[in-house]
Design a protein around this ligand. Sequence first.
Ligand code: ADP
Ligand code: ADP
Ligand code: MG
Length: 662
Amino acid sequence: MTAGRRLTKLLVANRGEIAIRVMRTARQMGIATVAVYSDADAEAPHVRFADEAVRIGPPPARESYLVIANLLEAARITGADAIHPGYGFLSENAAFAEAVADAGLVFVGPPAAVIRALGSKQAAKRLAEQVGVPIVPGYHGDDQHTEARDGRDGLAARARALGFPVLVKASAGGGGRGMRVVRGEAELVEALERARGEALSAFGDDTLLLERYVERPRHIEIQILGDTHGNVVHLYERECSIQRRHQKIVEEAPSVALDARLRTAMGEAAVALGRAVGYVGAGTVEFIVDSRDPAGAFYFLEVNTRLQVEHPVTEAITGLDLVREQLRIARGEPLGYASAPAPRGWAIEVRLCAEDTDREYLPTTGTLHAVDLSDTVRADLGVTAGSEIGIHYDSMLGKVIAHAPTRAEAAQVLGRALELAWLPGVITNRELLARILAHPAFLAGELHTHFLDQHAGELAAPQPGLDRLRVAAMAATLAAIERRRAPHAFAPPGWRNVRSADQACVYHLGDRELQLAYRPAGDGFELAIGGKTIPVTGVTLVGDRVTWTEYGAHRRAARVIANGGRHFVLADGALVVLVEAPRFPDHAHEAVKGGLVAPMPGKVVKVLVTEGQHVAAGTALVVLEAMKMEHTVRAADAGTVQALHVAVGDQVDADRLLAVVT
Ligand code: ADP
Ligand code: ADP
Ligand code: MG
């Protein structure tokens, strides 16, 4: 126990938004802050935020953020007396907690023994069973062979006994990875074998467990806090049912799914589990609730022995700062309350990710040219204008949180903030998140973990209408004209004189083409686009905000950034990227016939075919990995692999030619 210990300097063994979030509270408590960084993060916002920062290695996490010795050395160099692990990385690694304690430093989290007791899903489920917390029916024992062996039944027989569908999980899994649904006998044996292999390569532990697959669960979790004096309290629930790939993207507190009885029962179950292990610090007990079960049965899933990504919604409704509570507990202070403050209002969080929601949520990369969010919301971001979004780390850029008296208002405030969020340069899930928050089923509270699939049709990105494109093209053009008026400005490359006084420009948006011509008229312009001629006056450009008046009456506004012939325009809640057509088209980059290109930048982890091999349409050719996700490139048509341009281990850019199938 570390009763009454004074903390003066905190090292945060993490990056991005969570590193900044932790340091912000430390700073408020008068504690000095130390950041660590890989070479990819030398100029990152978390490094600039900290009082001091130490380089811990090259970009891959395995060689930097996951190297315990380097982190301890950084603490030694700077004289830090405590280490906060954030989430992900080493936050649930018992060996790290132990090494920190052995070095005489305070680990801001539970003791290694508690992490160990709860770290594997197998151990945690056994413990839950002992304490009488309901668990998903399944198998979480030592019988790990697929088929019967040494007088034991084997996992295949146990899965059959449970009944299909069955969920096979890696006991050491996390972040939504290491799970596989088995719908019938035909897939069973192969699924077990593959799950075991994947678990070993992803988590270094091939222990599997089986669970009955609940078809339409709601994910509901309870925040707990424990101090070093034996007190454990819960801070109510969060619902995190909106998920893609078993990973949360929208979270809220409280949950519409709980009535007073269920809230009490789940809170008590979480606290009982915490007491049983002597929980210290902040933790989350995760459950699923069967959305189709009128009795509202709930089942324990796992405990996350750390601060959770979605902790801000709990902070909003309780008024507590959870990092402050973690640091107070780490100093040995008693919690000082026997139950949580009464909850106030409703809070909703969304995870802003660099991903393409129209392309299976593939991670995206690039430079963020600007970052600006409305001051009506809390924005915990790990990026700033100029940030390079690379392939080495998680695709989450940060979180946006709204808090309001009612759920409907919180959803509206957050949705509007997302519409106005200015993040040009990198494709994000911003618009999908805004559409979720406005969806009638979301507003009715009809949530479950397959919400995105169920409503995929209505949630798909609409084709931008002509009016929206017209406004975007006008904004881009007017901003360019204003910029050109400034000293040293240059003429946009795509512009040409068409008649003596007229200038024209062609913009591309995907395969659509927009022509716009303009000429000075009176004290403004006439813009001709889409068969209309629009008189424009009162054009102003302040920073990236352009405003103008159409027809002498309607004042409009947009934000515009131009970069290398691309115009990023945010108007009416949509970000439109217009590519200015060059005057002299470049034929050098025309696609190779039958060529398969990388859909994202990444590392080649598997090459599954050889040159000369005949392949069917849909055959997997190459597997790429980026930001902890794998993506398989498949043959579009049947044919012969004419050429393979990559090998395992190669780092490739987006659109790089991988293979040619003819
Ligand atoms: P939460 O409930 O807080 O979302 P997750 O299990 O989804 O918990 O993980 C939290 C964060 O940690 C996410 O950004 C996730 O991608 C990351 N993460 C989870 N597991 C791992 C892992 N094994 N290695 C690295 N990062 C991980
Ligand atoms: P992780 O460690 O990756 O967070 P969890 O066990 O917490 O793994 O599960 C993550 C998500 O997977 C849950 O929120 C839920 O959407 C889904 N899931 C987990 N177990 C089940 C189950 N038995 N039936 C249906 N869905 C499940
Ligand atoms: Mg989980």
